[in-house]
Write a protein that binds this ligand. Structure first.
Ligand code: COA
Length: 178
C-alpha cells in the first residue's frame, strides 16, 4: 500500500529534481529539437500546423510569457507553449495550449501534468475563462491525456486538400520557371 502511494506521489510530482520554469531564449534550440523528434510527419500525419523554427520563434516572441519548460539536471525534457487569445465580438478570453511535448523517456512520469497545471494557473491569472487544446484525431496519447485532464466538448474539424499540380495556372507557372 505504502509503495503504491509513493508511486502515485512520484507521478504527480514528476521525476525527482524536475523543475518547471518559464522558457528562455536559450531554450529555443533544445525545445525545437525535441519538438522535431515528436512532431514528425509520419507520427502526426495531419500537419495542418507544422512544427518549424519560425513558428516556435514567433510564438515565443509574441507569447513568451505563457511558454514553459520542464528541466531535469539542466536538460529540457518537456515544454508547453501557450498563447492568450481573444475572439472578435466575444468578451471571453481563451488560453490556447498550442504545443505540448515530452521527451519519450520521461513520458508517464507526470511531466505534462505539471506543465499543464502551471500553464492553467497562468491562463487563469490572465483572466482566461476557457482553455483550448487541439490534436490529431489519431493521436491517442494526447487524447487520453487531455480527456484525463478534464478536456471535453470535442469538436471535429474537417481539413480538405486539393492537389494543385494539375491546375492550369500551376502548369503555366512551372513552365515559366523552366
Ligand atoms: C501526450 C503527452 C504530452 C503526455 O505527456 P506525459 O508527461 O506522458 O503525461 P502524464 O505523465 O502527465 O500523464 C498524466 C495522465 O494522462 C493519461 N495519459 C498520458 N499519456 C497517456 C497514454 N499514452 N495512454 C493513456 N493515458 C495516458 C494517464 O491517465 C496519465 O496518468 P497515469 O500515468 O498516472 O496513468 C506525451 O505523450 C507527448 O509528448 N506526446 C507527443 C506530443 C503530443 O502529441 N503532444 C500533444 C499535442 S500538441
Amino acid at each position: 500500500m505504502e509503495r503504491r502511494m509513493k508511486s502515485v506521489k512520484r507521478r504527480l510530482k514528476g521525476p525527482p529534481s524536475m523543475q518547471i520554469r518559464p522558457m528562455e531564449l536559450a531554450d529555443l534550440p533544445p525545445v525545437f529539437e525535441l519538438g522535431q523528434k515528436l512532431f514528425t510527419a509520419e507520427k502526426l500525419p495531419t500537419l495542418y500546423r507544422s512544427w518549424d523554427e519560425d513558428e516556435v520563434v514567433e510564438l515565443f516572441g509574441s507569447d513568451g510569457e505563457t511558454c514553459l519548460v520542464a528541466e531535469v539536471e539542466e536538460r529540457i525534457v518537456g515544454f508547453a507553449l501557450g498563447a492568450m487569445m481573444e475572439k472578435p465580438r466575444n468578451a471571453w478570453r481563451y488560453g490556447w495550449l498550442e504545443w505540448l511535448g515530452i521527451e519519450p523517456r520521461y513520458k508517464r512520469h507526470g511531466v505534462a501534468s505539471r506543465l499543464l497545471a502551471r500553464l492553467t494557473e497562468m491562463f487563469i491569472e490572465r483572466d482566461a475563462r476557457i482553455m483550448l487544446v487541439d490534436t490529431d484525431e489519431g493521436n491517442d496519447d494526447a487524447l487520453a491525456f487531455f480527456r484525463k485532464k478534464g478536456f471535453n466538448h470535442e469538436t471535429k474539424h474537417v481539413y480538405l486538400s486539393r492537389n494543385l499540380t494539375s491546375h492550369p495556372q500551376y502548369l503555366e507557372h512551372k513552365e515559366a520557371q523552366d
